[in-house]
Structure formats: C-alpha cells, structure tokens
Design a protein around this ligand. Structure first.
Ligand code: GTP
Ligand code: MG
Length: 349
C-alpha cells in the first residue's frame, strides 16, 4: 500500500487547481480511513489478471477498491488499466461476484441511508422543503433563469458543507467563470466560519469546454482516493452551458445527449460511491409547446431530469425574494418555499 500515501502538492494533471489563484495553496490533508475497505475483505490485488503493475495503474486511475471496478465497464478497464477487454471483463465479473452485488434487504438500505448527511441551506423553509437540507449521496439539480440564485446556492453549499466538519472539502467545477472567492468569504463569515480556512477547502477548476468538464468530473474520485480529500460536495455550475453552446442544431442532439448522459453517470457514481452531494445548476429554455403556465423548461431534457435525485426549480419572487419549487424527490412531497439571498447567506422571508 506504499503507493497510496497521499502525496501532497501532487496536483492532478488536469489542473484541478487554478494556477495563480489564492486557492492553489495546499490543503492540509488528513487521510480518511477507507470505509469501503473496512466492509469488504477482498482487495484489488485479489482479482484475476491484476498483478502488481496493473494494480498500480488502477490505483493511479483512481480505482482504489473493488467496488469501483465492479461498476466500471470493460472499455474503461482497457483505457485505464491497459488490459485486454477479455481480462477487463473477467476482473469486473470477479469484482461483482465478490461483492454480492445486486440486492440488499430493505434494512440494509436503511442502514446505508443512515450515513446520508444533510447540508443546511441556512434558510429554515428551504431546509424543510428538502427534508433537512441538501442530501449527500444524491444529485441535486437546480434549474432556473439568470439571476435566480443557482450560483449563489452553489457557493453556499461549498461553505455550509464545512460547518459540521472542518475537514470537509468542496469541489467546484466552474464552467461560466462565476466562482468568486470574495463571495465565499462573505458567506463563510455569515456562517461563523474562518473564511481563509473555508477557501482552502474549496478546490476550484475552470472547465473550458464540455470535454474538459467531463474530464474534471472523472478526476474527482482520484482526489478522494489518492489525495484523501473528504469531498462532501461537488458543484457543477453550470452543468449544461458548454453542451448547449457546442452542440447547436437538431442534427447534433443525439450526440449531445449521449455525452451529457455519460457525464451524469460519472457524477452519479461519485455521489453514490463516496456519499457526496453533487449539485448541478441548469439553465432553462423557452418551451414553445407550452401555451399555459410557465413556458420554460430545463435544458438537457430527460437525461438530466432522470439522473437527478432531487430537482428544484428556482425563480424570482416578489420583492426580491426567490422561490424554490421542489418538483422531483424520491421521498418528499412537492412543494414551494420563499427565501431571500443576502450577503451573509440565505434568509427566510
Ligand atoms: P445565471 O448563472 O446567470 O443563470 O444565474 P444564477 O441563477 O446563477 O444567478 P446567481 O446565483 O448568480 O444570482 C445572482 C443574484 O443573487 C443577484 O442578482 C443578487 O440578487 C443575488 N446576490 C448575489 N450576491 C449577493 C450578495 O452579496 N448580496 C445580496 N443581497 N444578494 C446577492
Ligand atoms: Mg450562475
């Protein structure tokens, strides 16, 4: 296990830290005991076809436990571990067998749910709407028009996830160049936290196009397993802007949706395997088919809608307030709430 030791300052080569920003100082990393490896006896080394060299490659690519291999595809094994597809298939099958994947009893699912954390929004009404706050282990999609507060909520989650555990880390994938450390400082002060410490625990990366965005998301498991970061929240703001700008016209729709689908699955795996809250912001577009009611719908269509665990529609309300409408949640009723965006954070009306 020598190769595993977190090498501080070993920046991931996709540039997860913006060079020259105040954020690329080292974060003091306390290595987390790996929960998954506690639960399972079998190690990557025990899989057929995995020798020392392959194990090394797998770890480099962020596969540090059997579960991560069990949920991979043979094609990924070819790319990431340099093995043939047949060997990759065998490895995945053995990993799946060893984990007895498939069915858990309801009790076991309930036990897993006990590990879910709720990240407070600072607004009582908003928390109540979400059953306590933004859940880890889920993808939460916020969609709404410009200025409706999506980026504000992204910033807020990056701060508030550090409230209960000062070692928590937020990852911010910024596609619209709207991440503002100054805003983080205000929110941290509002939450009674040390602004500099909060900033240190936020890892920001600008995504320059959709491929870069996807690559950055794929690197997140590495930050968790190799560098030992306790990643509580991954923010992708905005999820769809690059895709929307790059794929124009009907002819490109299928390809765009395929790519978004892949990206959503990467995010879903992060949420599920690492008990992380993935927050994605999404734009709206005019829906010409809608004659009555609100003529807007979220970009990304069914792919984004189905992959998201919670969906929140944000809009501007009366007197500068914001309205959040929960439109899809597995265990909560639909509903609405009002709140204000203030310098220190969110406030109830
Ligand atoms: P797009 O990214 O353009 O689609 O919009 P968005 O949904 O991300 O909007 P965003 O979260 O950037 O919301 C911007 C709004 O938040 C501003 O118009 C302000 O109303 C509010 N806001 C931002 N910062 C502050 C602040 O420091 N104090 C207060 N009171 N309001 C703020
Ligand atoms: Mg925004």
């Amino acid at each position: 296990m020598t190769t595993e030791s977190a090498k501080k300052g070993d920046s991931v080569d996709t540039g997860v830290m913006i060079p020259g920003s105040i954020l690329d100082e080292e974060v003091s990393v306390t290595k987390m005991p790996k929960e998954e490896s506690k639960e399972k006896e079998i190690e990557i080394y025990d899989l057929p076809g995995v020798g020392a060299a392959t194990a090394e490659k797998l770890k480099e690519a962020g596969y540090d436990n059997v579960m991560s291999i069990a949920v991979a595809s043979p094609g990924k094994m070819v790319d990431d571990a340099g093995v043939s597809e047949a060997v990759g298939r065998k490895m995945i099958q053995a990993a799946r067998d060893s984990l007895k994947m498939g069915f858990l009893s309801g009790i076991e699912v309930l036990e897993r749910r006990a590990k879910v954390l709720k990240i407070s929004t600072g607004s009582k009404a908003f928390n109540e709407l979400l059953g306590g706050g933004f859940e880890t282990g889920s993808i939460v999609e916020c969609f709404g028009e410009f200025g409706s507060g999506k980026t504000q909520i992204g910033h807020l989650l990056a701060v508030n996830c550090q409230k209960d555990d000062p070692d928590s880390v937020a990852i911010y994938i910024d596609t619209e160049n709207t991440f503002r450390p100054e805003r983080i400082k205000q929110l941290a002060e509002g939450a009674g936290l040390d602004p500099d410490k909060v900033l240190k625990n936020i890892k920001v990366a600008k995504a320059y196009n959709s491929d870069h965005q996807m690559l950055l998301a794929e690197k997140v498991p590495e930050l968790i397993t190799r560098e030992g970061l306790k990643v509580k929240v991954v923010i992708v703001d905005s999820l769809t802007a690059h895709f929307r700008a790059e794929f124009i016209g009907r002819g490109t729709l299928a390809e765009r949706q395929q790519k978004i689908n892949r990206h959503m699955h990467t995010l879903l795996r992060i949420a599920d395997l690492h008990n992380t809250c993935v927050f994605v912001s999404n734009q709206v577009q005019a829906d010409p088919a809608q004659f009555f009611g609100d003529p807007t719908k979220a970009v990304g269509g069914h792919i984004v809608a189905h992959a998201s665990t919670f969906r929140i529609y944000l809009r501007k309300g009366k007197k500068g307030s914001r309205v959040a409408k929960l439109i899809d949640a597995p265990n909560l009723p639909d509903g609405e709430c009002n709140f204000m965006v203030e310098t220190e954070g969110l406030r109830d009306l």
